[in-house]
Design a protein around this ligand. Structure first.
Ligand SMILES: *[C@@H]1O[C@H](CO)[C@@H](O)[C@H](O)[C@H]1NC(C)=O
Ligand SMILES: *[C@@H]1O[C@H](CO)[C@@H](O)[C@H](O)[C@H]1NC(C)=O
Ligand SMILES: *[C@@H]1O[C@H](CO)[C@@H](O)[C@H](O)[C@H]1NC(C)=O
Length: 229
């Protein structure tokens, strides 16, 4: 477990007021952890069933470690479940994929409405128009992630889609070493977020017109001519 990063997240969350979390650095090894493993070695076979097991209005950090693999499910952390730390097991990629489309309100492969969410090392895909090569579907709205809780941190995550990939609805969010892929309005919303990310374009018509974020973009890798703003 990368306690360094956890401390880092806590430091970040501390900066933006951690609120009433009764979490202490020295107790970090004691936070409860549950495991998601479809092969039956964990208590939960799906990510959503692990989230569902967490009590409402939870006041302590709880970690959900997810075994590498592809999870075909829509995952939602509801408003009343703060302090969830979703973590992909470091021995391989954790991919969460779904293909709902046509409505930003219900499409998202991953949604968090909860304050204080941390997500590490997980790839979220809306596969309806992704990958775009050989994709025969009409190009429509198809959200990969929708973030509306306050104080949410994403570390080493990927958000992959084509149109409206990442809906940064509202709140203060930090995206560190993430990849966000899309081609049409692919980051949009009203969040007040910091992005230290790799932006990846799928076509030369990358559009940022819908962006309304207070953003500091520190591009780690950046292709020339990518942004046509
Ligand atoms: C989440 O945080 C916001 C802003 O800090 C606050 O207004 C809201 O009440 C919080 N939501 C919950 C469910 O505690
Ligand atoms: C991104 O756009 C550039 C042109 O601006 C293009 O050369 C490159 O192939 C694109 N990348 C992808 C992954 O499509
Ligand atoms: C963008 O943000 C400004 C300031 O917060 C707000 O007044 C405006 O309505 C927002 N625009 C959209 C399209 O949400």
């Amino acid at each position: 477990m990368s306690s360094f990063f956890f401390n880092f997240f806590i430091f970040f969350l501390g900066i933006i007021e951690l609120g009433n979390a009764k979490f202490h650095f020295k107790e970090q090894k004691k936070y409860p952890t549950v495991y998601v493993d479809p092969s039956g070695h964990g208590k939960f076979a799906t990510i959503q069933s692990a989230i569902d097991s967490i009590p409402q209005n939870n006041q302590y950090w709880i970690c959900i470690i997810i075994k590498p693999g592809q999870y075909r499910e829509q995952v939602k952390i509801p408003r009343e479940k703060p302090y969830i730390y979703l973590k992909g097991d470091k021995n391989g990629e954790v991919i969460v994929t779904w293909d709902a489309h046509g409505s930003i309100d219900t499409d998202a492969t991953f949604t968090t409405e909860a304050n204080n969410t941390i997500v590490e090392s997980i790839t979220f895909i809306n596969s309806y128009n992704y990958p775009p090569k050989r994709n025969k579907h009409p190009r429509v709205v198809a959200v990969a992630a929708m973030i509306s809780g306050d104080k949410c941190v994403f570390f080493k995550c990927k958000f992959l889609g084509f149109q409206d990939t990442l809906w940064d609805v509202q709140g203060r969010h930090y995206f560190k070493i993430c990849t966000i892929e899309g081609a049409v309005d692919f980051i949009f919303g009203n969040g007040k977020s910091i992005y230290e990310v790799k932006l990846s374009n799928l076509s030369i018509t990358v559009s940022f017109v819908q962006i309304n974020l207070t953003v500091i973009i520190q591009l780690i890798t950046f292709e020339k001519n990518q942004l046509k703003t």
